[in-house]
Design a protein around this ligand. Structure first.
Ligand SMILES: Nc1ncnc2c1ncn2[C@@H]1O[C@H](COP(=O)(O)OP(=O)(O)OP(=O)(O)O)[C@@H](O)[C@H]1O
Ligand SMILES: [Mg+2]
Length: 619
C-alpha cells in the first residue's frame, strides 16, 4: 500500500459508507429507525464505520512509517559500509565492518563473509561473528563442493534464502547441529563476477522481506566491488614485485660475471616474491651429472642430503632429462623424490625447472614449500620461468667467461715461454759462448780482452735479471683480485719504480677507481701498461713516467708517458734480438675492442695511448 492509494481510499471509503447508510435508512429500515431505540442504529453504524476506517488508515500509515524507518536504518547501514570502503581499509577489516552493520540492522545473531579463491575453488573466511569455534574453524577454508549453499550462490550469482533449515535440503549438518533455523546468503558481486558470499544465520525460523533481501544484495555489491578493487591492487602489487625481481635478476645476470653472486640474487628474488620456502640451483657438469651448486632458504642440511644426481634421477634429474618443468604437490607420496629428510620436514610442494640455453640444459632451478597448495598460481610459474631463462643465460655466460679465462691462461703461458726463450735462453746461450771465448782469451794470454768480454757478459746478465724480476712482478700483479685494477696497479708501480729506478705517478679520478671491469679486460690493460713501462726501463733513459686514466663518453683512455729519449716508431732500428712488445700491445688492445697508439719522436719522450670502449653495464 502506498500513500497515493491510501488517499483515494480515504476519499472513496467514507463516501461509499455514507451512500450505503443513506440507502439503508431510506430503503430498508425506514419505519423502525424513526422511533427509539431504532433511532440509535444509524449513529452506532456511523461510529463503527469511523472506528474501522481510522484503524485501517492509521494501521496502514503505521506500517508505512515502520517501513520508512527500516529503510532509513538500511540506508544508514549502507552509508556506513560505503564510508568504510572509502577509508581504504584492509579487505578483512572492511568485511568485518559490513558484517557488524548487517547483523545489527537485521537483528540477526551470526554470520560470515567468505571470499572465493578461484584457483583452489574454495571459499575462504574473511570474517565471522556469532559462530561456535567448530563452525568458525570449519568455514576457514571450504571446498565449494562441501558448501552447498555457498556453491549455489557462487554458481547462480543470486541470493539463496532458507526460511526453515529443518525443512531445507542441502544444508550443512554442522549448521543444523548448532541450532540454526534460517539463513540468507548473497553473492559479493561486481560486474557480474562473484567474488565471495555474505551469509547470515539465525536460530529462529524467520522470513526475509524483499527490502531485507535488497539491502543484503546491495551490501554484497559494495563488498564485491571492494574485493575486486583489492584483488586488482594485490595483483598489480604482485606483478610489480615480480617485475622488480625479474629486473634484479636480469641486471645481475648481465652486469656480473660472478656466477655465484648472480645465482644467489636470483634465489633470493624467488624466495621474496613466491610462496617458496627454499630454492636451489643444480648445474650440469662436464661429466653429465647434476651437482647441487647453491641453496637458499629453509632447511639447507636436508636439501644437501643428496648433492649429485644422474640425469633422469630424482626430480631435478627428471627435469634435466625431459627438458620440461616437473611440479609435484604431494612430495610425501612421490617415490621419485629421493631426499627423505626434506620429506620428513613436511615439504609437500616441489618444482624443478630446467635451465635451457638453445637446446642444451645447463642446470635446474628447483623450489620447495611445505604446504601442498603452495606455488600453484600461474603467476608464480610465469615468474619462475622468467627467472629460469635469465639464469640459463647467466650460467652460459659464466661458462663462456671461464673458457675465456682458460684461453687467457694458455696465452699467458705461451708469453712466458716466449719471454724465457727470447730473453733468458738467449742470454744463457750468449753467456755460454762468451765463456768459451773468455777461456780461450785467457789461455792465449789476453786478459784485457777477456775482462772486456766479462764486462759485456755481466751487463747482459744484469739485464736478463731485471727482465726476470719484472716478469715475476707482472705475473704477481695480474693474479690480483678481479675488480681491483687500480689498487693492484698502484702496488705494481711502487715496486716497479724501486726496481727500474724511474719514479712513476698514477692519475685516476674516483669514478675510474669505482669501475668494476670484467677480469678479461683488466688483465689486458695491466699487460699493456706493464709492457709500456718495461720499454721505459729498457729503452727510454727517462727521469720520470706517468700512467693516467681518463673516462670518455663511451669508454676509457689510458696513457703511459715518459720524458725519455723517444724514438721514431716508423723506423725501428733492427737488432739481433726479436721484438714483440709494441706489436703485442696493439694486439691486446684489439682483443678487447680497443686500439693502441704509440706517439714518439727522438728527443721528445714517448706516449702510449690505449683506448677501450666499455659496455653500459661495465661503465
Ligand atoms: N719508451 C720508449 N722509449 C724509447 N724507445 C722505445 C720506447 N718504447 C719502445 N722503444 C723502441 O721501440 C723498440 C721496439 O719496442 P718493443 O717493445 O717492440 O721491443 P723490445 O722492447 O725491444 O723487445 P720486447 O718488448 O720484445 O722485449 C725498442 O727496441 C725501442 O728501441
Ligand atoms: Mg718492449
Amino acid at each position: 500500500m502506498n500513500l497515493r492509494r491510501l488517499r483515494w481510499l480515504a476519499i472513496i471509503l467514507p463516501l461509499l459508507f455514507l451512500a450505503l447508510l443513506e440507502y439503508l435508512r431510506h430503503e430498508l429500515f425506514l419505519e423502525e429507525w424513526h422511533d427509539f431505540p431504532g433511532v440509535l442504529w444509524p449513529g452506532a453504524l456511523v461510529a463503527l464505520g469511523v472506528g474501522a476506517f481510522s484503524f485501517a488508515i492509521f494501521g496502514t500509515i503505521e506500517r508505512l512509517e515502520a517501513r520508512v524507518l527500516d529503510q532509513n536504518r538500511h540506508l544508514s547501514a549502507l552509508n556506513r559500509i560505503a564510508a568504510a570502503s572509502a577509508e581504504n581499509l584492509e579487505l578483512g577489516e572492511l568485511c568485518s565492518v559490513a558484517l557488524d552493520n548487517v547483523l545489527a540492522v537485521m537483528g540477526i545473531e551470526a554470520g560470515a563473509v567468505c571470499l572465493l579463491d578461484v584457483g583452489a575453488n574454495e571459499l575462504v573466511a574473511a570474517c565471522s561473528q556469532g559462530l561456535s569455534g567448530e563452525l568458525t574453524q570449519r568455514i576457514q577454508r571450504q571446498k565449494l563442493e562441501t558448501a552447498p549453499v555457498g556453491a549455489e550462490v557462487v554458481h547462480t550469482g543470486r541470493p539463496v534464502v532458507r526460511e526453515d533449515l529443518l525443512q531445507s535440503p542441502n544444508v550443512s549438518e554442522a549448521a543444523r547441529r548448532e541450532g540454526f533455523r534460517s539463513s540468507i546468503s548473497v553473492p559479493l558481486k561486481s560486474e557480474g563476477e562473484v567474488s565471495g558470499v555474505l551469509a547470515l544465520v539465525s536460530k529462529r525460523p524467520r522470513r526475509f522481506s524483499p527490502d531485507e533481501i535488497d539491502l543484503l544484495t546491495s551490501i554484497g555489491g559494495q563488498l564485491g566491488l571492494a574485493v575486486r578493487n583489492a584483488m586488482l591492487y594485490t595483483r598489480s602489487q604482485q606483478r610489480n614485485r615480480e617485475l622488480a625481481a625479474l629486473l634484479a635478476v636480469s641486471e645481475a645476470a648481465t652486469s656480473s660475471l660472478e656466477l655465484d653472486q648472480v645465482l644467489d640474487e636470483a634465489l633470493d628474488a624467488v624466495l621474496a616474491v613466491t610462496t617458496a620456502e627454499a630454492a636451489e640451483i643444480w648445474l650440469m657438469e662436464d661429466s653429465g651429472e647434476l651437482a647441487l651448486h647453491r641453496h637458499r632458504g629453509a632447511a639447507p642440511e636436508a636439501f644437501y642430503e643428496r648433492t649429485r644426481f644422474e640425469v633422469g634421477e630424482g626430480l631435478p634429474g627428471l627435469a634435466a632429462q625431459t627438458g620440461s618443468p616437473v611440479v609435484v604437490h604431494e612430495l610425501g607420496a612421490d617415490a621419485r623424490f629421493l631426499r627423505q629428510q626434506v620429506k620428513d620436514l613436511g615439504f609437500q610442494t616441489f618444482c624443478a625447472l630446467p635451465l635451457r640455453h638453445g637446446d642444451q640444459t645447463v642446470g635446474v632451478l628447483a623450489v620447495a614449500a611445505r604446504p601442498s597448495e603452495a606455488l600453484s598460481s600461474a603467476a608464480e610459474h610465469r615468474l619462475l620461468e622468467g627467472i629460469g631463462e635469465q639464469l640459463a643465460i647467466a650460467v652460459e655466460n659464466a661458462q663462456l667467461h671461464q673458457r675465456v679465462l682458460d684461453v687467457a691462461v694458455l696465452e699467458e703461458r705461451e708469453r712466458i715461454a716466449r719471454e724465457l726463450h727470447d730473453g733468458l735462453a738467449q742470454v744463457l746461450g750468449y753467456i755460454n759462448t762468451e765463456t768459451l771465448a773468455v777461456k780461450k782469451l785467457i789461455a792465449s794470454g789476453r786478459p784485457a780482452d777477456a775482462e772486456r768480454e766479462l764486462s759485456a757478459m755481466e751487463a747482459a746478465a744484469k739485464q736478463v735479471y731485471a727482465d726476470v724480476r719484472e716478469a715475476i712482478l707482472g705475473l704477481r700483479a695480474s693474479s690480483a683480485q678481479p675488480g681491483q685494477l687500480i689498487p693492484s696497479l698502484r702496488d705494481y708501480l711502487s715496486y716497479y719504480s724501486e726496481m727500474a729506478g724511474v719514479p712513476v705517478s698514477l692519475s685516476a679520478a674516483g669514478e675510474v677507481e669505482a669501475l668494476r671491469l670484467p677480469a678479461t679486460i683488466e688483465i689486458q690493460l695491466m699487460r699493456v701498461i706493464q709492457e709500456a713501462l718495461s720499454n721505459v726501463r729498457k729503452h727510454a733513459h727517462a727521469t720520470k713516467a706517468t700512467v693516467s686514466f681518463q673516462r670518455t663518453a663511451d669508454g676509457l683512455t689510458i696513457e703511459v708517458s715518459d720524458d725519455g729519449q723517444g724514438f721514431d716508431p716508423e723506423r725501428l732500428v733492427r737488432t739481433g734480438w726479436p721484438r714483440f712488445g709494441l706489436q703485442t700491445m696493439r694486439e691486446r688492445a684489439q682483443a678487447i675492442g680497443g686500439e693502441c697508439d704509440i706517439i714518439s719522436s727522438p728527443g721528445h719522450g714517448t706516449r702510449v695511448i690505449l683506448q677501450v670502449p666499455l659496455r653500459r653495464s661495465e661503465a
